[in-house]
Design a protein around this ligand. Structure first.
Ligand code: PM9
Length: 461
């Protein structure tokens, strides 16, 4: 029996109508979109679980903040409010604003990497690996094996396998590994957290080998929640203290603020005082690629909303309601016998498309087709996170064939109700019941880079 979510610590003040198109219209729309949910028009979507990125609802305090935007070109007061929030909630002394996460990734990797540097990460993320590679880096995966097995139960599937990191140091030498990059709530693994115990060990290892740690803190608050409820040492620690503790193990960080920043656009890099030299380099680069170092591509009002969003997110009751809503959808689908990534992560429910559609070869993109079918069934938009997202190996040109072939049902923050979750679950169960008749897909257009955004397909046969 699905467990009822915790009630949200807020109520609804404004609503946005959505359209439920007919089955015929939905089938036409997904065909016209080349079976790629990124290419659907949002007005043709009933429940939008494509992403939790920039799709959340802001609080009244954030909306009020928008009216206090100081749109001065330089030195906007909202930038200083943002710096105060970053210091209070995360503990970083130095802030470089960017327009969103990938803007920060671009600056960071260009600033720190040399050609051929090894970049160990706890699993890849699409834009992160892309920017590391564009800066000459070579990605290596150091996440624990369980993270690659959808059904494997582990409370901290985002943890690093120290033996994998040690093996890289032995193979390449620590001098070729300037930075280890770690993400909380590992996106491609299903929103899986790391533990502080693991982070501590990684820190000790890295200090011993003079390797620095960068954190992609995009979903750090959801990871902090899992630490509080799953890591006994932190059960009485506040979310803010846990956030400070996580960040204290890093030498630099960046955030796509469109997720746990609770805003529709924005990002930043956060660094401790001791990394002033790197900060200065980033601050010089930001004016070339993003905007002046006191706005970095955001309007003053965006920075104010973010400054307030960071304070909103650090509340246990909010995080408990948020995660329990995701868990509710997960348990509705698990009850129907649908193969899922376990345990449920923080920002979405991930379907194991390989087990859902075992008759479709990975090179006929089962997850891509499953996402298309879910849309056709009920107007629910999800996202492929498998072979298409992983792209091709730059050396061999072959599909990377990731172990995880997933469809992500990503839950926007503070947007949907329990009834919406039930509706989404029912639509997916409808697809599950006719799974054997679903064919695979082939490319009709394949972009050379981050192909999942714009690729087009047609059914095989
Ligand atoms: N994540 C997501 O839907 C949006 C774009 S990719 C479909 O999950 C991490 C962990 C992310 C992330 C974006 C970025 C890039 C960096 N790190 O989208 O540029 O999940 O703000 O951030 C997306 P931006």
């Amino acid at each position: 029996m699905a467990k009822r979510p915790f009630p949200e610590p807020y109520k609804i003040k404004m609503v946005e109508p959505v359209n439920l198109r007919s089955r015929e219209e939905r089938e036409r729309a997904i065909k016209e979109a080349g079976y790629n949910t990124f290419l659907l028009k949002s007005e043709d979507v009933f429940i939008d679980l494509l992403t939790d990125s920039g799709t959340g609802a802001m609080s009244e305090n954030q909306w009020a903040g928008l009216m206090l935007g100081d749109e001065a070109y330089a030195g906007s007061k909202n930038f200083y409010h943002l710096c105060d929030s970053v210091k209070d909630i995360l503990g970083y002394d130095l802030v470089v604003p960017t327009h969103q996460g990938r803007g920060a990734e671009h600056l960071f990797f260009q600033a720190v990497l040399h050609e051929g540097d090894i970049v160990p990460m706890n699993m890849y993320f699409t834009t992160t690996r892309q920017h590391a590679e564009l800066a000459g880096g070579v990605f290596k995966d150091i996440i624990i094996d369980e993270a690659h097995i959808p059904a494997a139960e582990h409370p901290f599937k985002g943890n690093v396998d120290l033996r994998k990191l040690e093996a890289l140091v032995k193979e390449f030498g620590a001098e070729r590994i300037p930075w280890v990059v770690l993400a909380p709530s590992v996106n491609m693994a299903g929103g899986q957290p790391f533990s502080i115990a693991n982070l501590r060990e990684v820190r000790q290892f890295c200090e011993a080998h003079h390797i620095k740690i960068a954190l992609d803190i995009t979903r750090i608050a959801e990871n902090a929640y899992f630490i509080k409820v799953r890591e006994p040492e932190f059960k009485d620690t506040s979310i803010t203290e846990i956030l400070h503790t996580i960040c204290s193990f890093s030498d630099a960080s960046w955030m796509s603020a469109k997720k746990d920043g609770l805003v529709n656009i924005g990002g930043f890099l956060g660094l401790p005082e001791r990394e002033f030299e790197l900060f200065d380099k980033l601050r010089n680069m930001v004016v070339v690629y993003e905007g002046l170092h006191t706005y970095g591509g955001m309007a003053g009002r965006d920075m104010e909303a973010l400054a307030r969003g960071l304070r909103d997110v650090a509340h246990f009751e909010y995080l408990r309601a948020r995660v329990s809503q995701v868990e509710y959808l997960h348990s509705r689908l698990a009850d129907a016998g649908i193969p899922l990534v376990n345990p449920c992560g923080g920002h979405g429910v991930f379907l194991d498309a390989r087990s859902f559609l075992p008759h479709i070869d990975q090179d006929e993109f089962p997850a891509q087709m499953l996402a298309a079918q879910i849309y056709a069934a009920g107007g629910v938009r999800s996202m492929e996170r498998g072979n298409v997202s992983a792209g091709r190996d730059p050396k061999t040109g072959e599909n990377r064939h990731p172990k995880l072939e997933l469809v992500r049902l990503t839950i926007p923050r503070r947007v949907y109700t329990q009834t919406h979750m039930d509706y989404a679950a029912d639509s997916i169960i409808e697809v599950w019941e006719k799974r054997e008749s679903i064919p695979g897909l082939k490319f009709v257009y394949e972009p050379p880079i981050l192909r999942f955004f714009q690729a087009r397909f047609e059914p095989v046969g």
